[in-house]
Each structure stands twice: as structure tokens, then as C-alpha cells.
Design a protein around this ligand. Sequence first.
Ligand code: NDP
Length: 330
Amino acid sequence: SQVIQLKSRPEGMPTNDNFDQAELTLAAIKSGEFLVKNLWMSVDPYMRGRMIDRKSYIAPFELGKALEGGAIGEVIESLNPDFPVGSKVNSMLGWRSHFITDGTEITRLPDTPLCESHFLGVLGMPGMTAWTGLNRIAELKAGETLFVSAASGAVGSVVTQIGKLMGARVIASVGSDEKVEYLNKLGIDAVINYKTCGDLDAALGEAAPEGLDVYFENVGGEHLSAALNHMKDHGRIAVCGMIAQYNDTAPTPGPSNLAQIIIKKLKIEGFIVFEHWDHYGEFAAQMGQWLTAGKIHAEQTIYEGLSQAPDAFIGLFEGKNRGKMVVKLG
Ligand code: NDP
């Protein structure tokens, strides 16, 4: 099996030098086991946190060992009747070409006409994150105004589209004109390019003169500060991520306008999608309907080959992706 290992812990922006590729010899499969060839793997911003040696909601990656993450594969040899040859499976054993397992924590994919890579994106963890944040954390309602940051990414592009389907007016922030155009085409009401708008706070005020009922936070820093200034009384903020800080080497000062939380009586709630996984069935049924009806556009950016995985991962912090960033293997 070809694997990508963590060679050194990144300081600041990760580079290719933090990774290396190695070949591991796999044993023959034993009774109850099967061999999986990975077809797709996911790279996600949370993996940056696992590269730091610290206690968090998920254990850090170990140096000199294969990285881990969501992956979709196909069973190519099997001594396990529950996973016959040809089955497509979802695992957390990405960053490698092949693996042997007894099926623990491996799920079979349902039959679907969609490309199976969408189980890493719109039908998987990022899609579920978008749905959870809007329905279970922010409790978005029809007629409300929603602001979304990192709005063309895996989570953000689904948040903006579900927001429209829920009857909200949706304002989005993205880092390039091409991404602005993409969200305009999806019918998002107002899209700001935070890199070229000059003053994000002013641009947000112009886009949402009525104020914001809900902010779906993916970025932190200046985005949070601007959102706080434009929230309505009793507005809600679903804190999903703060990607602008993941590569910081020193603590970043917080927004200077946190008193807005008091003045506007805001409700701010962080969440981790895995704690809501008992609702995955409900989400998947709804998302399946939306996808079949063509109501959600499932965008992805595809890098090819295991050796491109570090570049795909680093690309998340450079805004290289539109929709879900995935790596096609094999
Ligand atoms: P994305 O597909 O959105 O990829 C990351 C995007 O973030 C980039 O394309 C880039 O877009 C934007 N970005 C990167 N750096 C910055 C920066 N310094 N300032 C502003 N924008 C930046 O990733 P995901 O959809 O997978 O994740 C989005 C957020 O959701 C992350 O914060 C992630 O940690 C969080 N998350 C949280 C989960 C939870 O359970 N709480 C689960 C899954 C994700 P652009 O060109 O627009 O800058």
C-alpha cells in the first residue's frame, strides 16, 4: 500500500516538506477480513488541528504514521461475507491506496446513481455539517437573512443553497471573483469578495441593510467582527469553524466588538457535527431528495493521485477549491 505520512508538524502554513510517501507491505487477508482499494479520499480543514500535538476533540496524528481521513473504496479481496468483492465502502482510512480491515467502523455505501465521491461531500460530513448548523444550531427560519463565510466551500456551498431552500435571504463571502460568479449562478442573493471589497464591514452593511438574523461562521477574525456589527437583536451565530486561524503561530487577538453580544442579546453556539450523527438518516433522506430534484448543486474540486493529496490539503488554506476538495486515487 502507498501511504502519505506526517513527516513533521507544520508551523504556520503546511508545506509539502511536512509529508512523505512510503510503501507498506500488506499481509494476506485472514478469515473475516477484506482488502480495500481506495477510490477517493477527503482532505478537510479539521486535519490541520490534528497535526498539532495537543488534546482536542479528536486525537493528534502521529509522526511517521499514515494520516487518516474520510475515504471511499472498493473491496477487491474478501473473506468477510458482509463485504463481498465489489462492495463500495466508506472509512476513515484515507491517505493510503489500500488497507485490510475486519469491517470495524467501515460502512457500505447505499446504491446511488450519484458519483460515490459525494459521500465525502454533499451527502457526507460537510453536507451534514451545513444541515446541522442551520437546522439544529441556528434554527434558521423562512424570511430571515443569513450570512455565510467561506461560502463556496464544501460546507459553505451547501449552507448557502439549503439557506435558499429554507426561504432565507442569503449573503455570502468568498475569496475570488470566480467564486462570486459561481454563487451568483446558484441564485445567492448577495456575494462579497472579501479580498477585494476593501472594507468587509461596510460591504456587509451594504449587502444586508436590514441586518442579519443568522451568521454561519466558518472563518473567524475579521468576518466574525463584521458579522457582530450587523447582527439584529436576538440574532444567532452557529460557530462551525475559524479557518483563518488554523495556521496561526501566535494567538490572534479576538474581535474588539464582542460587547455587541450583550447589546444585541445574541446567541452564539459552537458545534461538532459528529455529536449530531444520530440525525444523519434524516439529513440524508432530505439531501437525497434535493439532489434528485436538482435543487442542490453538488460541486467538487478534484486532484488526481495520492501524491497530490498534500497539495489538495494545503490548497484548502489557499482557497484553491470550489465545493468539496477531494483526491481521486487509483
Ligand atoms: P472549504 O471547502 O470551505 O475549504 C476551505 C475554504 O476556506 C477555502 O476554499 C477558502 O475559500 C476559505 N479560506 C481559507 N483560508 C481562509 C482565510 N484565511 N480567510 C477566509 N477564508 C479562508 O472547507 P470545509 O467546507 O470543509 O470547512 C469549512 C469550515 O467548516 C472550516 O472552518 C472547517 O473547520 C469547518 N468545519 C467544521 C465542522 C464541525 O463539525 N464544526 C465540520 C466540517 C467543517 P475562499 O477562497 O473563499 O477564501
